[in-house]
Ligand binder design. Structure first.
Ligand code: ZN
Length: 300
């Protein structure tokens, strides 16, 4: 039995997961607003509530939108800003009296899909979130590949290939202070910007996708161009990781046409004649956080 916690900005969701992937118990509480100590206490309470049902000591994994910095073990880049700069892992471990694993939400998404979802029969899975940002996580034989910098799979802050630069009007500055990161093109905001440049209309990504679905020609074109941009950026990732499957997550993964067009547009951009990497929709979608967090502990 493993416990997975999804620590979000508004909700803390906890699950008790059996080794066969069945969620035995589920619990959801509000995240205390902007109060760090109360958030740590709430996470520990959720763990404490789930633990008795397991009948044994549990392994606990926690997924959050941010990440632990390498040297100082404090949180960074959390949208729940009260966590930033705080030693979340240590403080939770001090209360629980055992080790926990904390990972960002993109890694938890990739793990959930690789262990029990679309990629469960694949040895190597690259999970990609296309939403507010463009995170990613790489799973090899059901284990998260991390690396010394803990940034494995973070393709969103690579620069776009020149072939994608040709598909946008002007350079785009990223919040990370570099220009033309993949995220500036493939996030929801990126699609919005591309559509604005092309049509003069400022629409949210979800509106563009809906209009495209109902046959609106300018929106269809924007989604088609987005498919080409996604295909070319993913091609660079395939050339490095060569995963058996890429699973898309996040809001933009709901655009069904991507699964047909992106593989076609990859042709000629991946360094091979026949591309065997599969592109898949997610099985769990937004429900992946707590599940993936539980999978942070591999089954013995
Ligand atoms: Zn960036």
């Amino acid at each position: 039995m493993r416990i997975g916690i999804d620590l979000g900005g508004t909700k803390i969701e906890g699950i008790l997961l059996a080794d066969d992937g069945v969620v035995v118990e589920k619990l959801r509480v509000d995240t205390p607003a902007e109060n760090y100590e109360a958030t740590v206490a709430a996470v520990c309470r959720v763990v404490g509530s789930l633990q008795p049902s397991a009948g044994e000591a549990c392994k606990v994994g926690i997924g959050t939108p941010g990440a632990l910095t390498m040297n100082t073990e404090v949180m960074k880049n959390c949208n729940s800003i009260c966590l930033n700069g705080k030693p979340l892992k240590k403080d939770i471990e001090d209360q629980l009296n055992y080790e926990v694993i904390i990972e960002n939400d993109a890694n938890c998404f990739a793990l959930s899909e690789a262990c029990y979802g679309a990629g469960k029969n694949m040895a190597t899975v690259f999970g990609v979130i296309l939403g507010t940002g463009t995170g990613g996580g790489l799973v090899i034989n059901k284990k998260l590949h991390t690396g010394p910098n803990r940034i494995a799979g973070e393709w969103g802050h690579n620069s776009i290939p020149d072939s994608v630069r040709k598909l946008i009007d002007s350079d785009r500055q990223c919040y990370c202070e570099r220009d033309n990161c993949i995220e500036t093109v493939l996030s929801g905001r990126g699609l919005k910007q591309s559509h604005l440049e092309r049509t003069g209309n400022s629409l949210e990504a979800i509106e563009i996708a809906a209009l495209a679905g109902s046959g609106d020609e300018p929106s269809r074109t924007s989604i088609d161009v987005y498919s080409q941009q996604l295909a070319r950026c993913l091609s660079t990732a395939i050339n490095i990781f060569d995963p058996e499957m890429i699973v898309l997550g996040g809001g933009l993964s709901n655009i069904q046409s991507l699964y047909e067009t992106v593989p076609k547009y990859m042709e000629g951009f991946v360094f091979t004649d026949v591309i065997l990497t599969k592109l898949s929709a997610p099985t769990f979608g937004d429900a992946s956080g707590a599940l993936g967090a539980a999978c942070l502990w591999p089954i013995d």
